[in-house]
Design a protein around this ligand. Structure first.
Ligand code: UDX
Length: 433
């Protein structure tokens, strides 16, 4: 089939490349000129394992094209995926839908044939209805159907999550033809027996919001328990293992540490609260405010642990920060807990050097006042304290003896509970969490 993917960021570029892998002919639309130029050359403008190879293969094979032209998009095919960003509005909790809205405003007046617009971006409940109404107003003698097909991919596993998702969800309006088209697009996934849930659009929108709210709640739950464990001298990792064996609880997303960040969970739980408020259901989601509070407190607490570890003041202290991305296997620093902690520590008078295997350039762009190193050893040179804030494999596997002669003091703070405490202690390190 001929498919168009509008917005070629983390979500859109992955989706476009994977749809080409399924054999579809795909046109990606990207308005950012730098990003467009890279994509045209088969380069991925961010780090996602496996994606550069997949994207290049399909740009070279001619099955995937990119453009910045809505005219070209309008005449390409009948199915349009919306994959543009829905960031948090400045100074508000709500999602900013200007990019989603502009897809409808720009695309629909250009359509000269019937079309199906499948939204993938995470949007507040009610958006599909609003966009469908607007598309109806803008359409010129053509029928434009809007349906919602939320995406659940994780950065770092984006290809696997797109090609072999846990489930497919489609929200369509009564009498719509989206289900048949979607079944054809995702035939290889459906043939694997993947659950395909067809609902109304409001439910599909809420599935995505609820999934992210649940995941955020799970992380903040274990981090709240971590606070109690710290007070009681208990071990939250052993506790998570023990409760995680209960299949009703499950061990996934029970890793305590400095909490969740990134371009999705933080802004999505806030947008969910904001939307519930607009619907008169604010009270139902007040617990998400606490989920957010617990999460933010983890960052502040990490700074306090660092200060205490350094004798009560960070002024003039050399701090090595290992990890800047919001999670491993990503160069994404949007709302990264690691960078947030690095910034707070610097504001308390420390000299901070950050090293991340992939996220140094993005970190430098938003936090130019921090120092950046090209390796763990360089970051730890003369460090008084070393903080591990993103659990990249190269940090988890660090041999503390290799750092012994480099640092000024052997103090390590394990912000992701990812180090072998006994190993670090036997190498002479004081270990904090
Ligand atoms: C998330 C959802 O998982 C995905 O389904 C949705 O489509 C987009 O948002 P992503 O933002 O890529 O995906 O990252 P995820 O793996 O969910 O991690 C989010 C944050 O939670 C990271 O900062 C991670 O470090 C943190 N986290 C995760 C924890 O602190 N503890 C855990 O146990 C798991």
């Amino acid at each position: 089939m001929r498919l168009t993917v509008i917005g070629m960021g983390y979500l859109g570029a992955t989706h476009a490349a994977c749809m080409a892998e399924f054999g579809h002919e795909v046109l990606g639309v990207e308005r950012n000129p730098d990003r467009l130029a890279k994509l045209k050359d088969g380069e991925v403008p961010f780090y996602e394992p496996g994606l550069p190879e997949l994207l290049k293969r399909h740009i070279d094979s001619g099955r995937l094209h990119v453009t910045d032209s809505y005219d070209a998009a309008a005449s390409w095919g009948e199915v349009f995926f919306i994959a543009v960003g829905t960031p948090q509005k400045r100074g508000e909790n709500a999602a900013d839908l200007c990019y989603v809205d502009s897809v409808i405003e720009e695309l629909v007046p250009l359509l000269e044939h019937d079309a199906l617009i499948l939204g993938k971006s995470t949007v507040p409940v009610g958006t599909a209805q609003r966009l469908a109404d607007r598309a109806n107003e803008l359409a010129k003698d053509v029928h434009v159907e809007v349906a919602w097909n939320p995406e659940f991919l994780r950065e770092g596993f984006a290809i696997q999550d797109t090609i072999h998702p846990d489930r497919l969800v489609l929200g369509q309006f009564a009498g719509g033809g989206a289900e048949a088209v979607t079944r054809e697009i995702y035939a290889p996934i459906i043939e694997e027996g993947t659950p395909f849930i067809v609902t109304d659009t409001a439910t599909a929108e809420l599935v995505k919001a609820s999934a992210n709210a649940f995941l955020a709640t799970k992380i903040s739950f274990i981090n709240a328990i971590a606070e109690v464990c710290s007070a009681a001298g208990a071990d939250v990792s052993a506790l998570a293992d023990a409760i995680g064996y209960d299949p009703r609880i499950g061990r996934k997303f029970l890793n305590a540490g400095i909490g969740f960040g990134g371009g999705c969970l933080p802004k999505d739980i806030r947008a969910f609260m904001a939307r519930a408020g607009e619907l008169g259901a604010a009270q139902a989601l007040t617990f998400l405010r606490e989920v957010d509070n617990v999460n933010m407190r983890r960052r502040t607490r990490m700074v306090e642990v660092a200060r205490e570890a350094c004798g009560g003041s960070l002024v003039g202290v050399n701090v090595a920060i290992l990890g800047a991305a919001f999670k491993p296997e990503s160069d994404d620093v949007r709302d990264s807990p690691a960078l947030n902690v690095a910034g707070q520590i610097q504001l308390q008078g420390a000299s901070v050097t950050v090293y991340d295997p992939k996220a140094n350039p993005n970190s430098r762009a938003i936090f130019p006042t921090l120092s950046y190193a090209e390796s763990t050893l360089e970051a730890c040179d003369h460090a008084d304290v070393v903080l591990v804030l993103t659990e990249w494999a190269e940090f988890r596997e660090l041999n503390p003896y290799d750092l012994n002669s480099v640092v000024r003091q052997r103090i390590v703070i394990d912000g992701r509970l990812c180090l072998d405490k006994a190993q670090w202690q036997s190498a002479g390190w004081t270990y904090f969490t």
